[in-house]
Design a protein around this ligand. Structure first.
Ligand code: ZN
Length: 73
């Protein structure tokens, strides 16, 4: 587990994936730095790989400071 602060709240990898996906994933990997700046506010972006279903693996990107998010779908 690698909890991180997102928009002022501590989140787990699964919670971070849920914030981006809208539903809780089956599994989520550790949260990592995405090594990019948010296109909306310029702050740090983190990423998490997760499985929304048994046949799909998605990487989500989420700004730590604002509501911006994206996935590699
Ligand atoms: Zn941002």
């Amino acid at each position: 587990m690698s909890n991180r602060v997102v928009e002022g709240r501590m989140v787990t990898p699964k919670r971070l994936a849920e914030l981006v996906e809208g539903e809780a994933p089956l599994e989520a990997e550790s949260i990592e730095d995405a090594e990019m700046d948010c296109p909306e506010c310029g702050e740090n972006v983190i990423s998490v790989g997760y499985m929304p279903s048994v046949t799909e693996f998605v990487t989500a990107y989420k700004c730590q400071e604002c509501s911006w998010s994206d996935t590699d779908r």
